[in-house]
Design a protein around this ligand. Structure first.
Ligand code: PAF
Length: 285
């Protein structure tokens, strides 16, 4: 496995791969890799000939009071995990190589980035879209794989690639969960023992909500209120529970189209997100 530190090294590697007719799958990450990330690399391999993992804690996507400084960094461990998993190369640029002095261009995706995490984390998706477009350009990615846990991020990136004509095929990978249902995340290491138990209300509540779309006649507002109350009763602080149209992320009026239930909540100081696919409600005839 090659470890590439500079855009120039990356360019040489990319030219060699494309020169040999190999398609490149890129898995953008911020490191602190877990099994969810490693499954993204497996999916990348199914769609391409070589897999490149990028590891870059992107300062642009963190707000001033967020966890940029303490975001878990474990580069040697990440490299070892990638190597064992059969990843072909890791790209690990310095911040100054990504954002040299004088950097002044950003990518702003509009409607799909405005609500939910976009509203609670101002500037977050601008930072994500900017770094992802740079990474897709630098790597000349044929395929780019992202986890569905960050559902809104995935829709923002799809929209950006469509709007700005990036040719990479954007592949979404199903959420990988711990045995008890918690969605895997690099931030789960922040959870206290108590919060780790309490936060299971999110995945359990989402699963139950999805079942109730069919099994009950409860409205969108009732199901949202029910899950919000359950999270708050379990000791969390709900940021939002939103039942939305799966791609535009506009609020659902009813269950006549396929939707997605999105949740963001804090347990202690840890902010967690999760989501679940919602079926179309069958109407009795
Ligand atoms: O999902 C993440 O880890 C990050 O938002 C990404 C896509 C690597 C951009 O920094």
């Amino acid at each position: 496995m090659q470890v590439l530190e500079t855009p120039e090294e990356l360019r040489q590697w990319q030219l060699a791969q494309h020169g040999a007719g190999r398609r490149i799958a890129v898995v953008p990450t911020m490191g602190a890799l877990h099994d969810g990330h490693l499954q993204l690399t497996d999916l990348g391999r199914q769609h391409a000939d070589v897999v490149l993992v990028t590891i870059f804690v992107n300062p642009l996507q963190f707000g001033p009071n967020e966890d940029f400084g303490r975001y878990p960094r474990q580069f040697p461990t990440d490299c070892a995990l990638c190597e064992v998993r059969g990843v072909d190369a890791v790209y690990h640029p310095e911040p100054a190589a990504m954002y040299p002095a004088g950097f002044q261009t950003h990518v702003e995706v509009e409607q799909v980035a405005q609500r939910w995490c976009g509203a609670s984390r101002p500037g977050h998706f601008r930072g994500v879209a900017t770094v992802v477009l740079k990474l897709l350009n630098q790597t000349a990615a044929d395929v780019a794989v992202f986890g569905e846990k960050d559902w809104q991020q995935l829709q923002v990136i799809r929209q950006m690639c469509r709007d700005l004509d990036h040719p990479a095929q954007v592949v979404g990978a199903p959420i990988v969960r711990e045995a008890d249902g918690l969605a895997m995340s690099s931030r789960n290491v922040y959870l206290s023992v108590q919060s780790r138990q309490q936060c299971l209300v999110i995945s359990r509540g989402l699963q139950q909500l999805q079942q109730q779309v069919q099994a009950s006649q409860r409205s969108v507002a009732e199901l949202q209120a029910q899950l919000t109350a359950a999270i708050d009763a379990a000791g969390g602080q709900t940021e939002y529970v939103a039942l939305v149209q799966a791609e535009t992320l506009e609020p659902l009026a009813d269950f006549s189209v396929a939707g997605r239930a999105l949740v963001a909540a804090r347990f202690g100081a840890t902010r967690l997100i999760d989501n679940w696919a919602l079926p179309v409600r069958e109407v009795a005839t």
